[in-house]
Write a protein of this length. Structure first.
Length: 174
């Protein structure tokens, strides 16, 4: 005669051990991951804008062939043409360090982009506008330049109007 089998039991002790190791592993790896969140101030739909403070309104305009550092009120301050490697990001950093030395309390900057600007270019220009790496002895530390970054569309350049030819007398000589 055959012996009847009992239904097998679930081994809870080994399951608890596996989950304990899994939770410990996840907690240990979660500690070392770092999430960076940028606080961007995007343009609002509200047509009324608050009163802007007097002084520098820094803009970094990204064109296909150059970077232009400008003041919203007075216009271009410095133009950085592209190098053989692309945008002159090192030159941008140096000029922004100069601007920061003149306006140490200024923390806002606006990055204006042409419609076809690659996302990678936006990130690189934004990083160079926000922070600068400074050598402090054997270590490299990050210092703030203009951490409050806004983004927008670059102004469309206006084509110069060709001068109309001077009118000629329609009758010949007098």
């Amino acid at each position: 005669m055959r012996r009847q089998r009992r239904p097998s039991e679930l081994q809870l002790v080994s399951m608890i051990d596996i989950f304990t190791v899994l939770v410990t592993f996840l907690l240990m790896t979660a500690i070392f991951s770092r999430t960076v969140v940028l606080d961007l101030r995007l343009p609002s739909n509200n047509p009324s804008f608050p009163e802007l403070p007097k002084g520098l309104n820094l803009e970094v305009i990204v064109h296909d062939d150059s970077l232009v550092v400008a003041d919203r009120g007075t216009g271009p301050l410095h133009t950085l043409p592209n190098t053989a490697k692309g945008y002159d990001l090192d030159g941008l950093t140096e000029y922004l360090k100069f601007v920061k030395s003149r306006y140490p309390d200024k923390t806002e900057a606006t990055i204006l982009l042409e419609p076809q600007t690659p996302y990678d270019t936006l990130v690189q220009v934004m990083d160079r506008t926000r922070i600068v790496e400074v050598n402090a002895g054997l270590n490299t530390v990050q210092a703030e330049l203009f951490p409050q970054v806004s983004i927008g569309d670059a102004p469309v350049p206006v084509a110069p109007v060709a001068a109309a030819p001077a009118p000629t007398a329609a009758g010949g000589k007098r």
